[in-house]
Each structure stands twice: as structure tokens, then as C-alpha cells.
Design a protein around this ligand. Structure first.
Ligand SMILES: CCCCCCCCC/C=C/C(=O)SCCNC(=O)CCNC(=O)[C@H](O)C(C)(C)COP(=O)(O)OP(=O)(O)OC[C@H]1O[C@@H](n2cnc3c(N)ncnc32)[C@H](O)[C@@H]1OP(=O)(O)O
Length: 304
């Protein structure tokens, strides 16, 4: 099932990117075959998330639910990407709010177990899925709002930074940032570019080198998130925020979004295979595997 889903994701992303960049050969022709989408309220049958589309507002809410911490495994990444793809293809959908169904955690980032003790082939497949999710969100025609209702390190932060707007629960126990260096690993260039595009070069440089995780208040100060609200108001504020974006004609907003993001997207698209082989050779190094092992042990010790 997951393999079939992954194949489906692979075949449709490039078509959508072309379409979004204004080079479409005709939307219907491209998308009708691989995915059949019917307007319906509950959009996802995956157990790891719910996607509810309100057809009266055009807003979908995607709630991630992969206990214990919404870590992004190969299968979960694929399901997220496919769910977004389905929404993309639904003309009744104009925006999506991404949030977590788990308490206290938006997403713990990439699943470290996917990077530890795995074969090079599997690591490569995993990394392609990470790229795919990023490409889909970063190039989405939809208005994307992250409602960050818990901690959001590394890949979790990346997912939220692909969105057009971020609202975080104002709870000092939560944190957000790209903390890769703390694990002894390195955020790849497109993670770095997304961060630079969000908070600016100087702030990104400090944040990335030190692997900083920010409190919501500090994340607001540096522009990593756009708004803080009490947790119970998060999703309602996100849907309200959507109204501001919906007030702009879709085509004008979409072309502007594409103009802003296309250079960053093209950079990855033109180096995709090299990026995968760089990742595989980096992550399978003995020294990196040792760092990951230590990090995992520390995570477990912290709990004991
Ligand atoms: C050239 C360049 C090339 C490129 C080079 C490579 C680039 C790689 C880029 C990497 C990007 C990433 O996202 S790397 C991932 C970074 N993520 C992190 O550092 C987050 C680590 N996790 C945490 O800080 C915490 O778990 C947090 C999310 C705040 C939740 O804390 P809690 O106290 O609620 O929960 P915990 O008890 O810690 O965790 C519950 C269980 O989940 C597990 N767990 C937690 N996070 C996990 C994770 N990300 N992946 C797997 N498992 C995880 C714990 O081990 C526990 O397992 P059990 O003990 O078995 O129950």
C-alpha cells in the first residue's frame, strides 16, 4: 500500500510544479488520471491523520496523528504529501490548515529511526520522500497555514516554514527551530534556504550553527512564527487568518507566491539526485551513525 502511494506521489508532483509555475499542459489532463478526487468532508482514510474539508469555506484542516510524536517516517511523509496533492486537485479547496492531533507536539521532525541503521537504498527512498513533501508544500497553489500546537523541532519546523503563515500556541514549554547541529547532523541547503527565506540571513546563520530551538515568544521576535495565540484559539485563528489571504484574487496571489519561491524550488529540483546521494553518503558514515545513536540514547534516558 505504502509503496503504491509513494509511486503515486512521485508521478504527480512534477506535473503540479509545472502547472504552478505557469507551464501547464492543461491541469485536467495532468491530474485526472493518477488521482480521482471526489468532494467530500473527510478527505483522508489514513489512520495517521484526518483531513476535513469544509466545502462552504474552502478550508481544509489537516490534523497529524502519528503517535507518539508525529515523527516523519517514510510512510507518514508519503501520506502527508498525497493528502496535500488530493486537496490541490480539488477545485473546492482554497486553503489548508496544518496542525497536530497530538497533545503538546506539532511534529518531532524527521523520524530518526529512518536515518539510523538503515540500508543506503532505504535512506535514499526516505530522503526522496522528505524532498517530495517539501516540494509539495513549498509550491502549493493553496493558502497554507501552520497552526503549531506543540513543539516543532527540525523537520517539524521545516514543515511549518513551508507554509504561507504560522500561528503558534503561546506556551513557553513548546519550542521550534532547526536543531540539526545538536544531533551532529547538518541541515541541507534547502532547509537552510527555507529558513533564510523566513527569518533572513543573519538570524538563520546564528540559528542554524547553534541549532537553536526558540520559545514561542522568541520565535515571534525573529519572525519564525507570525502570530501567537492561546492554544484553544489556534485553529479558529488560523481559519480567520485565511480570510485575509482569500480576499486576494487567487491567480495574483499564486503567481506572486511562485515568483517568491521558484528560485529556491528550482535549486532543489536541479540538484535532487545529487542531494539524495549526498544525504545517503553523509548519513551512513560511521561517525554520523554514532552521533545519532547517542542522541537516541539520550532521548530515551531523558524519559527514564
Ligand atoms: C550533506 C548534507 C546531508 C544532510 C544531512 C542530514 C539532514 C537530516 C535533517 C534532519 C532533520 C530532522 O528532523 S532530525 C529529527 C530532529 N528531532 C529532534 O531532535 C526531536 C527529538 N525529540 C524531542 O525533542 C522530544 O521527543 C519532543 C518532540 C520534544 C517530545 O518530548 P516528549 O517528552 O513528549 O516525548 P519523548 O519521551 O522524548 O519521546 C517519545 C518517544 O518518541 C521518540 N522520538 C522523539 N523524537 C523522535 C524522532 N524525531 N524520531 C524518532 N523517534 C523520536 C523518543 O525516543 C521516545 O521513544 P521511546 O523512548 O521509544 O518511547
Amino acid at each position: 500500500m505504502a509503496t503504491a502511494l509513494r509511486r503515486l506521489a512521485k508521478c504527480s508532483v512534477s506535473a503540479r510544479l509545472l502547472s504552478f509555475a505557469g507551464h501547464s499542459r492543461g491541469r485536467r489532463g495532468h491530474f485526472a488520471r493518477p488521482c480521482t478526487v471526489v468532494a467530500q468532508r473527510n478527505f483522508s482514510s489514513a489512520s495517521t491523520m484526518t483531513v476535513d474539508l469544509d466545502s462552504s469555506t474552502g478550508i481544509a484542516v489537516m490534523k497529524l496523528h502519528s503517535p507518539p510524536v508525529n515523527s516523519l517516517s517514510l510512510d507518514f511523509l508519503t501520506e502527508i504529501a498525497i493528502s496535500l496533492e488530493k486537496l490541490e486537485m480539488n477545485k473546492g479547496c482554497r486553503g489548508v490548515v496544518v496542525t497536530s492531533a497530538l497533545p503538546k507536539i506539532f511534529s518531532a521532525g524527521l523520524d530518526i529511526l529512518e536515518m539510523y541503521g538503515k540500508s543506503p537504498e532505504r535512506c535514499g527512498e526516505f530522503w526522496r520522500a522528505v524532498q517530495e513533501m517539501w516540494l509539495k508544500f513549498y509550491s502549493s497553489r493553496l493558502v497554507t497555514v501552520a497552526a503549531i500546537n506543540g513543539s516543532s523541532p527540525a523537520g517539524g519546523c521545516l514543515l511549518s516554514m513551508t507554509c504561507d503563515y504560522r500561528i503558534m500556541a503561546d506556551n513557553p514549554r513548546y519550542s521550534i527551530g532547526l536543531n540539526e547541529t545538536q544531533l551532529g547532523i547538518v541541515a541541507p541547503f534547502w532547509f537552510k534556504d527555507t529558513m533564510v527565506n523566513t527569518v533572513g540571513h543573519r538570524t538563520a546563520e546564528i540559528a542554524l550553527q547553534l541549532g537553536l530551538l526558540y520559545s514561542p515568544q522568541d520565535a515571534l521576535k525573529i519572525g519564525m512564527v507570525d502570530e501567537l495565540v492561546p492554544e484553544e484559539k489556534l485553529v479558529s485563528t488560523a481559519t480567520e487568518a485565511m480570510a485575509r489571504w482569500f480576499a486576494i484574487p487567487d491567480h495574483a496571489r499564486q503567481i506572486t507566491k511562485s515568483a517568491m519561491r521558484k528560485p529556491t524550488i528550482d535549486k532543489l529540483l536541479s540538484a535532487r539526485e545529487t542531494d539524495i546521494s549526498n544525504f545517503v553518503s553523509f548519513i551512513t558514515k560511521d561517525s554520523i551513525q554514532k552521533s545519532l545513536k547517542l542522541y537516541l540514547e539520550n532521548l530515551r534516558k531523558k524519559k527514564a
